[in-house]
Design a protein around this ligand. Structure first.
Ligand code: G3P
Ligand code: MG
Length: 255
């Protein structure tokens, strides 16, 4: 039902390093984490970049947007200075080398498909095609290698359109639907999209909802859980995975 690690570093390295950067992955490794969540968005020229916000201004300076900027220009932006001067010049990673870094360091990936507005299908398709290219042996036609040991990433999204496009491009890749609170029709959506797991904001979860997700046969992933007591409670409700910013407080082998 959930063949992946329990503890997952949010946006690469949580709050220990600038989000969605190689420095974040390195911080995760230093804290013993071998499982990460990160966000992929498409540049103007259709290349996946590791970025959460569609518009510049928070993690990179300026007033532009990812969807209106070519990848080569995005890759030159400074994604580290906002976090701390010691990270000045840390670039915005492109998806392929970022995923290759994870692969070569034995880091399992939850790739969140994060479309800029209006780019759902293209982003879902691009992420799925890229992952299939990066994992040819594991994701070959007919493969059902979904476990962590296979190394195959889990593709998640809040966008049903992105997940449909990902499924059309590479149906063998495991998928997950993300929600803030679970809508009444969560199970119909999850079944229609053929997902392995359901990802929710832990604040909106109740023991009854957790039980319903598990009873329906899905993995249950909670974000973003930063308090050890809360993490323990969620695990006692049957939650399978905890995505955290506090990789310094919640060890990778937290139980
Ligand atoms: O995938 C879990 C979590 O990352 C979803 O929220 O906004 O941090 O991408 P966000
Ligand atoms: Mg995310």
């Amino acid at each position: 039902m959930w063949p992946y690690p329990t503890m997952i570093a949010h946006r690469g390295g949580g709050s220990t390093a600038p989000e969605n950067t190689i420095a974040a992955l390195a911080a995760g490794l230093r804290h013993g984490y071998r499982a990460v969540e990160f966000d992929v968005m498409l540049s103007r020229d259709g290349i996946g970049v590791i970025m959460h916000d569609p518009d510049f201004g928070r993690t990179v300076a300026g007033t532009g947007s990812i969807a209106a900027t070519d990848a080569a220009d995005i890759a030159r932006l400074d994604a580290g200075s906002w976090f701390g001067s010691e990270f000045a010049g840390e670039p915005v990673p492109l998806f392929v080398p970022f995923a290759e870094y994870c692969k070569s360091h034995g880091i399992w990936m939850n790739v969140e498909i994060k479309p800029a507005p209006g780019h759902d299908e293209a982003t879902g398709r691009h992420v799925a095609e890229t992952v299939r290219r990066l994992f040819p042996a594991e994701s070959g036609a007919g493969s059902d290698a979904r476990g962590c040991a296979s190394g195959l990433p889990l593709l998640s999204s809040f966008s049903a359109a992105a997940l449909r496009a990902a499924r059309a491009a590479a149906p063998e890749l495991p998928r997950a639907i993300a929600f803030e609170g679970l809508p009444d029709n969560w199970e119909r959506q999850a079944r229609e999209l053929g997902v392995l797991s359901v990802h929710v904001d832990h604040v909106q979860l109740t023991p009854a909802l957790a039980q319903a997700v598990k009873a329906a046969g899905f993995g249950l992933f909670c974000y973003t859980v930063n308090d050890p007591g809360r993490a323990r409670t969620l695990l006692s409700w049957g939650v399978d995975a905890i995505c955290t910013d506090r990789i310094d407080l919640l060890p990778a082998d937290f139980k």
